[in-house]
Design a protein around this ligand. Structure first.
Ligand SMILES: Nc1ncnc2c1ncn2[C@@H]1O[C@H](COP(=O)(O)OP(=O)(O)OP(=O)(O)O)[C@@H](O)[C@H]1O
Ligand SMILES: [Mg+2]
Length: 382
């Protein structure tokens, strides 16, 4: 008997488009099945780019679901590039234009006016976590990436905005080596390990040093928030550049609900610099939620803990600032290797002690709950 579209849709009901992260069926991307000779059925799936850079991820989600449903002796999928019109329909489906936006599309001058910043909306469920530190090299990016994956493993929708305009490193750490795709005028963040990612690194070449400051930086960050399809995020993590300054300033404005987490190493000097960034967060009235101590100790082959960078810095800083010490992450060469290979430790070795330390950090962040005090003066005007 011929296999119907309804049967195929039933079989694919729970299957997500890997980067839009919504069910293919809901997105209207499942086509009429082609019933071929010898009980073979071919299912056309609409794709936003042809070739699709994440074709393997899509096929390996769709095929097992079709096989499982036992519809025919043989099943196959055929990817079909969407037409421009179909792309527009999809764009409006995933992010319906606001009235103001519809007006500015009709009148392309001033096109960007009226584009909503979902993170500023009163009902936004997204917790925005700014990962900061007073100085470079303490492990902000490693923390951002591994915390993001740990949260995704708990079932949350997670995005990373790599806001380190001077030393973006998140795409490399996540093994992402291509630019975002577009759905009409929306950027679609590439996904790795269940985490969406947008980085300054996608928009500049490695050879060009980024000298964005002040207004340009401000504008770029705004675009990363409003021109990107982030979906329904539970957490948006920002990998911030070292020190304080422009990015924090922009965050205060575009992401008024940001919560700041400070990364420090155990030695007293590091703790003093971390303190500076913590005070800056306070000046911006962004709530400081906790301290993460990185490179806390090293476990040798002899099983002993070695305190390479001293001890207690994280706790002292947390006490000083009146916030909890959320985690102590041991020093391990695997973090560096994972970062270089694009397979973070939380994904490569989920059962290792270090991955468990990040899982515990994710649980601590979860347990904190969203910050309750928001800046009333930054409410979106109706
Ligand atoms: N717990 C750890 N154990 C071992 N190596 C680590 C650990 N944390 C970070 N590293 C390594 O230390 C280096 C700096 O870490 P990372 O890039 O995360 O820091 P950062 O604060 O983001 O630095 P930058 O200021 O340059 O952006 C990297 O090579 C990273 O792999
Ligand atoms: Mg970094």
């Amino acid at each position: 008997m011929a296999v119907s579209k309804e049967q195929v849709e039933e079989a694919l009901r729970g299957v997500l488009e890997p980067e839009i992260r919504k069910p293919l069926v809901e997105l209207g991307l499942v086509g009429e099945p082609i019933n071929a000779w010898g009980s073979k059925v071919v299912v056309p799936i609409g794709v936003i780019a042809d070739p699709l850079p994440y074709e393997d991820a899509l096929k390996s989600a769709v095929l097992p679901a079709l096989v499982q449903a036992n519809l025919a002796n043989k099943v196959d999928v055929e990817l079909r590039g969407l037409s421009e019109q179909e792309i527009k329909r999809l764009r409006n489906l995933i992010q319906p234009p606001t009235d103001a936006e519809a007006r500015s599309i009709a009148n392309p001058i001033g096109h960007e006016q009226g584009r909503p910043n979902q993170f500023m909306e009163a009902g936004s469920k997204t917790r925005v976590l700014g990962i900061s530190s007073g100085k470079g090299g303490v492990g902000k990016s490693s923390t951002t990436v591994n915390l993001a994956i740990a949260l995704a493993k708990k079932g949350y929708e997670v995005g990373i905005l790599d806001a380190d305009v001077y030393g973006f490193s998140v795409p490399k750490m996540l093994g992402i080596s291509r630019n975002p795709l577009l759905i009409d005028d929306l950027m679609l963040p590439p996904v790795a390990y269940g985490v969406r990612c947008i980085s300054v690194g996608f928009f500049v070449s490695d050879e060009t040093p980024v000298i964005w400051r002040g207004p340009m930086l401000h504008k770029a960050l705004e675009q990363f928030l409003v021109d990107v399809y982030w979906g329904d995020l539970d957490f948006l993590l920002l990998d911030m550049p070292p020190g304080t300054g422009d990015v924090a300033l922009s965050m205060g404005q575009y992401l008024p609900k940001s919560e700041i987490l400070v990364v420090t190493t155990p030695q007293p000097a590091a703790q003093r610099v971390a303190q500076r960034s913590a005070y800056a967060a306070k000046q911006l009235k962004l709530p400081l939620r906790g301290v993460i101590e990185n490179m806390s100790w090293f476990v040798g082959d002899d099983g002993k803990k070695y305190l390479l960078f001293g001890e207690g810095g994280g706790k002292v800083l947390a006490d000083d600032l009146g916030v909890p010490l959320l985690a102590q992450i041991p020093l391990t060469p695997d973090i560096r290797v994972g970062g270089d290979d694009g397979v973070p430790i939380t994904a490569a070795e989920p059962d290792s002690d270090i991955a468990k330390a990040y899982d515990a950090l994710a649980s601590a962040v979860e347990a904190l709950g969203p910050a309750r005090v928001y800046r009333s003066e930054l409410k979106v005007k109706g």
